[in-house]
Design a binder for this molecule. Structure first.
Ligand code: TYD
Length: 214
């Protein structure tokens, strides 16, 4: 748990619209007078943004699954030290577009491996090097076919992970829902297959009971 501020993350499969929703929630909460830091992973600090380019660009088999886990965790550690912890210590509300749950899913369910194979490694490294969970996580839940078509329609240079097929995305969607079911105090699940405006309203409404006043 954070000492003073509040740490909120957005999670979901590619094309779920969580980046848009993270930005919209940040705008809404700022308009309500809260001091919000909007950040993202991989990245969120100068060093971690450099690691982002390493992990998201290039050939799909550029890194082994284990090396990927180390790189994402290294980026997260820098992000935590330089951006998240100082903001929380200053009493701010930190909103991160992805955090450790993404590694639990994307690397923990590694391609071409038995399901869950690397999950223990992800969790062990998280305990050793990161050690905190968000206070709240908004899971934007979407059908993988919708997510895939959205993700493919805006292809960028950062596409190492976007060649996933529907089966893997479906597995990941189920994995995110399992994480949410296992930690109901931390997670809020919001359906993402609606207009951005309506999803944004649903996110804000879902957080009403969960956000401390002020
Ligand atoms: P992101 O910029 O959130 O992409 P999108 O907006 O398309 O969801 O994340 C980039 C990619 O990095 C995304 O495909 C998920 C992947 N990723 C991991 O594989 N592991 C991680 O720990 C994180 C944070 C992201």
């Amino acid at each position: 748990m954070s000492a003073a501020g509040l740490f909120l993350t957005f999670e979901g499969i590619d094309g779920s619209g969580k980046s848009t929703q993270a930005r919209r929630l940040a705008d809404t909460l700022r308009a309500e007078g809260r001091d919000v830091v909007l950040t993202r992973e991989p990245g969120g600090s100068p060093g971690a943004e450099e690691i982002r380019a390493l992990v998201l660009q290039g050939e799909p088999d550029r890194w082994s699954a284990e090396t990927e886990i180390l790189l994402f965790t290294a980026a997260r550690r820098d992000h935590l030290e330089r951006t998240i912890q100082p903001a929380l210590a200053a009493g701010k509300l930190v909103i991160s577009d992805r955090f450790a749950d993404s590694t639990r899913m994307y690397q923990g369910l590694a391609r071409n491996r038995a399901p869950g194979d690397l999950r223990r490694l992800v969790d062990t490294l998280h305990d050793l090097m990161i050690g905190i969970e968000p206070d709240l996580t908004v899971l934007i839940d979407i059908d993988p076919v919708t997510g895939l078509s959205r993700a493919l329609s805006r292809r960028t240079v950062e596409e190492r992970f976007e060649g996933f097929g529907c089966d893997f995305l479906a597995q990941m969607r189920a994995g995110f829902l399992e994480l949410a079911a296992a930690a109901p105090d931390r997670f809020v699940t919001v359906p993402g297959d609606d207009t951005p405006d309506r999803v944004a309203e649903a996110v804000r409404a879902a957080l009403t009971q969960r956000l401390p006043h002020g």
